[in-house]
Write a protein of this length. Structure first.
Length: 205
C-alpha cells in the first residue's frame, strides 16, 4: 500500500448519530480516517516508504475545539459541525505525522478548494445551500473538481512530499493552518478522545 487517501466526507443537515452514538459528520470526516489509518498501519509500514493523505478544508479556520461538547449535543449547527470536523482532521494529521516521525510514512492534508459541483452540502441547512449556490456563480470564487483532485494527486505522487510530512496544502502551496489545529495539547486530547470513541488503545502507532 503506497498511499492511504482519506477523501470521503459529508455535511449532515440535522444532527444524526451513528449506531455507536457518534455525531455523523464528526464520525465520517474525522473518526473514520483516524480508525482506518490505525487498522491499516501495519500494511503501510510493510510498504514503506508510504503516504497518508487526508482531505481537509480551509473552513476549519471558522471552528474551535469545545471538548465539553465536541459533537454539538447541545446546539447543533451543520456548518460549524463540518468546520470542526475538518479542524479535527488537520489536528489528527499533524499528530500522526509527529508520531510517525521515525518511520518512512508521511502524513499530509490539503484543502481542495471551494468546489460547488461536488454537492457536498446537499443535506446542509437551506441557508448554507443558498449561500453556496450564490458563491458558485461568482467568477473566480470556485475551484474545479480537476484542480482539487490535482492537489490530492500531488500529495500522493509528487517527489517533494516523499519525505515532507505534517503539512497543510492549499492553492497557495504549503500553508499554516489555524493555531487550534496545531496546538499540541489540542492534538493529544483529540487523539485520546478519538481512541476512546472508537474503542482502541490510544498508544499508537
Amino acid at each position: 500500500m503506497d498511499a492511504l487517501v482519506h477523501n470521503a466526507g459529508l455535511s449532515s443537515r440535522h444532527r444524526t448519530e451513528t449506531e455507536e452514538g457518534i455525531e455523523l459528520t464528526f464520525a465520517v470526516n474525522h473518526l473514520a480516517p483516524y480508525l482506518l489509518t490505525r487498522q491499516l498501519l501495519d500494511r503501510l509500514r510493510a510498504s514503506a516508504p508510504s503516504r497518508v493523505v487526508v482531505t481537509a478544508s480551509d473552513i476549519h479556520r471558522r471552528a474551535t475545539f469545545d471538548f465539553d461538547d465536541l459533537q454539538f449535543s447541545n446546539e447543533y449547527d451543520s456548518l460549524q459541525a463540518y468546520a470542526r470536523s475538518k479542524l479535527a482532521t488537520i489536528a489528527f494529521t499533524r499528530e500522526l505525522a509527529d508520531r510517525l516521525e521515525e518511520t518512512e510514512i508521511t502524513a499530509n492534508c490539503f484543502h481542495p478548494g471551494f468546489i460547488p459541483s461536488t454537492n457536498l452540502f446537499r443535506d446542509a441547512a437551506i441557508w448554507t445551500r443558498a449561500m453556496i449556490r450564490a458563491a458558485a456563480i461568482v467568477p473566480g470564487v470556485g475551484t474545479t473538481q480537476q484542480e482539487g483532485a490535482q492537489r490530492l494527486c500531488d500529495l500522493v505522487t509528487a517527489p517533494e512530499f516523499s519525505e515532507r510530512t505534517g503539512t497543510y496544502v492549499t492553492g497557495e502551496g504549503i500553508t499554516a493552518p489555524s493555531s487550534d489545529a496545531i496546538d499540541p495539547e489540542n492534538r493529544e486530547r483529540l487523539w485520546n478522545l478519538s481512541a476512546d470513541l472508537v474503542d482502541v488503545d490510544p498508544h499508537w502507532p
